[in-house]
Design a protein around this ligand. Sequence first.
Ligand code: ATP
Ligand code: MG
Length: 411
Amino acid sequence: MEENLRYAVGIDVGTENVRAVVASINREGVLSVVGYNEAKNSGMRKGVPANLAGPADAIDKMLGEVERMSGYEIHSAYVSINGAQILTTKTEGMIAVGTIEHEINEEDLARVEDVAVSGRIPANREILGVIPIGYSIDEQDGVKDPIGMTGARLEMKANVISALSPNCVNLRRVTEGAKLNAESLVPTAVAAGRAVLDERQLENGVAVIDMGAATTSVAVYEEGDLQYVGVVPAGSNNVTNDLAIMLEINTEVADEIKKRYVTGSFSGEKDIVIKVNREEMTFEREKVDEVVRARLEEIFEKVRKELRKAGYEKRLPEGAVLVGGGAKMRDIEVFAKQVLEMSVKVGVPKGLGGVSSAVEKAEYATAVGLMLLAAEGGSGKATGRTGKMKKKAKKKSGGGFFTGLLAKFKI
Ligand SMILES: Nc1ncnc2c1ncn2[C@@H]1O[C@H](COP(=O)(O)OP(=O)(O)OP(=O)(O)O)[C@@H](O)[C@H]1O
Ligand SMILES: [Mg+2]
């Protein structure tokens, strides 16, 4: 029955493309993809809005088609946030919880989190999530879930994911411009992780690498928790631009060469012959490969540096999962493996019902993950087509979607 349906919407605001995925959820909680779309974006620089009208317009237009397809009027969604300004900061805090018999409760956890976070994150940053790494009670370390335990002194170590406030504000203005409430802002690689990782990978240790047009985002998981988020300000468009400069061609031709002829194993031998304005042009294979290889190496070296910063360089048993449009280059995983020195595969969302085959693609991983997090976050209440829109973005307290990431597996 229509009125019993809930809807969940994920919108990935990329530098080059915007993508949306909508699912309906029935009373039994079964999820079914009922709408999706992608469109070219404009007005973004390296993952963040450089003007408001461009991306607002792109989202608005894209959603028109999604609404027609799904029969659902969209006014609220989980939205991606990106850019090298996203940081992970390790913090810790300690509180006294009372007498030795005191049973630790939710309130104590909120209080110790407050102490761990306040003053540690600069005022111009918005906290996207606080992920507890572990607690210690009195002198006992390594406590994962202290609720109900007794003790007098509670300590917490946590990872705090934050983004520059002006970028968050601008992103919300963009979505407001598209008559949309951004319920939660989730870093792209974190959202993608929700769509492409399984429990074993999350437990053992894995990295998600979202290679987009202008950014390459990294998220690291271990022991079921998000451990690190970092963003490299370069992506697959840098490859295109290098080809355009070095081969003295326009970016359209360079893009065609990249997408049709280049592979990450660099095994092509023949020179590349393509027609440009009905004229045949030949490009030396060696030169093309050299240009692409240099740029990809630089990007994956920077990804490796992020992993090193996170303390996980060559320390991830489940390796890395590549998503995003950049992951569509044939054999890109072969090259990434050489640079990162760990196993790498391309990830696609799986196991969704409805018209899901269209979104089971590496470039849809972030939008699908956002939709899944929205479904778990309880957004998109059954509304029918009221056309009402919440005006103000609800500020979510830390941790929401990060803990939601594992909700599916903890049942
Ligand atoms: N088949 C392909 N082979 C190689 N590259 C591809 C292919 N298809 C798309 N790309 C590249 O993927 C990039 C776009 O990816 P995506 O849509 O994930 O980026 P985005 O989300 O808009 O950007 P960002 O995440 O950096 O903000 C472009 O550089 C495009 O050229
Ligand atoms: Mg992207």
